[in-house]
Write a protein that binds this ligand. Structure first.
Ligand SMILES: [Zn+2]
Length: 206
């Protein structure tokens, strides 16, 4: 098990709000209980950026969603939670995130330039509001969001990359920006003992 890392309260709170949106009030209660995170039932972390919660707690909550729905059904639910997370993040935190919302969307720039700007803002937000080391890389065909410390390290070992919350959030972000679907994939994962969680965002839509 890696050394734990502190996370701003608001990051875990937003995650719980997104879970509640998808699973309902009773669903998140069951999930939090399953994750042995009973202290958060009807008592979400505060809406501030104090480093009051842990990456391991976020990972346990993620795992609880998977356990609740079973390995087969969980992927779709985790993707939905990720999409909800982006939408709440945009709504509640656009000032904090530095996401200039509609302004970015309407900029007269090529789509790939806007994608890069949005990904860079999301990476900056991950560093600032999640305390998660994140950066953007690029080659001819794709952008890559690269995460150097992830909550998936606190989940049981999977057979394949398992950070579907982030895949969902990225998919929703790019869909919001472009009104198109892009086949976003996690290609390496710290849960599999790889050095980083790396997400590939192709430059061309599906
Ligand atoms: Zn991960």
């Amino acid at each position: 098990m890696p050394e734990d890392r502190m996370m701003p309260n608001d990051a875990l709170r937003l995650f719980f709000v997104a879970i509640e949106e998808v699973m309902g009030k009773d669903g998140i209660k069951a999930a939090l209980h399953g994750a042995k995170l009973d202290q958060y039932i009807d008592n979400y972390p505060a809406k501030n950026l104090d480093l009051g919660v842990k990456f391991s707690e976020y990972g346990l909550a993620e795992q609880a969603i998977e356990d609740f729905y079973g390995a087969r059904g969980a992927r779709a639910m985790l993707l939905r939670v990720g999409r909800a997370l982006f939408n709440y993040g945009m709504k509640e935190q656009s000032a904090v995130l530095g996401l200039a919302g509609q302004a970015l969307k309407l900029m007269p720039l090529p789509t790939t330039s806007k994608m890069k700007l949005l990904l860079e803002q999301m990476a900056a937000a991950a560093n600032k509001t999640v305390n998660q080391p994140t950066r953007v890389e690029e080659d001819a065909d794709a952008f890559y969001l690269v995460v150097d410390y992830c909550m998936c390290q606190f989940r049981p070992r999977h057979q394949a990359p398992c950070c579907f919350i982030t895949v969902g959030a990225l998919s929703e972000a790019i869909k919001w920006l472009t009104d198109k679907n892009y086949a976003i994939q996690e290609i390496t994962c710290m849960n599999l003992n790889q050095a980083e969680c790396r997400y590939k965002i192709p430059k061309v839509a599906e």
